[in-house]
Design a protein around this ligand. Structure first.
Ligand code: NAD
Length: 259
């Protein structure tokens, strides 16, 4: 149901973003990938998606922490497709630090990559979506978008912030057949989460396996949130049938954060 459409998925060289790219491609959507990785890795991802799903796949380099890169990304996307139908603001990182140790550089990078970049990309692509009378914007927050967590002041701040951005944009586009929604995943097994466990282990001196075991034990499902639970929800949100879902915060955490 996404045949012929174009989607830009930020941070799609790995983890959740890569799964989103595949879930969209399988529905016929052409995808524009972004994120870090070696040339070989990225070429392999491109080739696999292209041959498995028979869609057009592009990759655009952009460090979303850099204003100039974002301007170039927007130009490149417009040169690849006249209008962008779907924008998924997914790219992110987690660099934990308790407030006294949280540097202004770390704080600023969180804001730049996970809040300012989504704002800029929405602002850049929205006018053409309005012209086309179709658009789907999906932002990726976290369960830490509504909860606090030690060592996560910067991450919690931006993940709360992107929910506010989503709700405000949703109201502004409500009459234009454009929707803007936000997804809040629980723990998904990706390089981001595994790095987080590694850092916790290094700072606490507790073995990674033990930290992981204790964390999993606290999850109601005793398991990770499957990545396809996130990516397939996003694919649905991109469909025409999902036009009634706008400004929604969709928590996909296997019941982890129920009060
Ligand atoms: P990941 O590390 O597997 O992927 C992150 C992607 O973002 C990669 O492609 C990376 O290259 C890209 N990226 C990072 N910094 C970038 C920058 N400055 N410019 C461009 N690209 C950049 O992580 P993931 O777990 O797949 O995370 C994806 C999103 O999901 C993030 O926003 C994260 O906060 C969110 N999230 C993840 C979890 C989880 O448990 N994994 C839970 C809740 C929310």
């Amino acid at each position: 149901y996404l045949q012929g459409k174009y989607a830009l998925i930020t941070g799609s060289t790995s983890g959740i973003g890569l799964a989103i790219a595949k879930s969209l491609a399988v529905k016929g959507c052409n995808v524009i990938l972004n994120g870090f990785g070696s040339e070989e890795e990225i070429d392999k991802i491109k080739e696999t998606i292209q041959s498995d799903y028979d869609v057009t796949v592009h990759y655009c380099y952009c460090d979303l922490a850099k204003a100039e890169d974002i301007d170039n990304l927007v130009q490149e996307v417009f040169s690849l497709c006249p209008t962008l139908d779907i924008l998924v603001n997914n790219a992110g990182f987690q660099k934990s630090a308790e407030i006294e140790d949280l540097t202004i550089e770390n704080w600023q990078k969180n804001i730049d990559v996970m809040l300012t970049a989504p704002f800029k990309l929405i602002k850049a692509f929205l006018p053409k979506m309005r012209d086309e009378e179709f658009g789907r914007i999906i932002n990726v927050s976290s369960i830490l978008g509504s909860l606090g967590s030690t060592g996560e002041a910067a991450y919690c701040s931006v993940k709360h912030g992107i929910i506010g951005l989503t709700k405000a944009v949703a109201l502004e586009v409500a009459e234009a057949n454009i929707t803007c929604n936000v997804i809040c995943p629980g723990a998904v097994k990706t390089p981001l989460f595994m790095t987080y466990i590694k850092v916790m282990s290094e700072t606490s001196g507790i073995r990674e396996k033990k930290i992981l075991h204790e964390a999993m034990d606290k999850f109601p499902s005793k398991d990770w949130v499957p990545v396809e639970s996130i990516s397939e929800m996003i694919a649905f949100l991109c469909s025409h049938s999902a036009r009634g879902t706008n400004g929604s915060t969709l928590v996909i955490d296997a019941a982890t954060s129920i009060d």
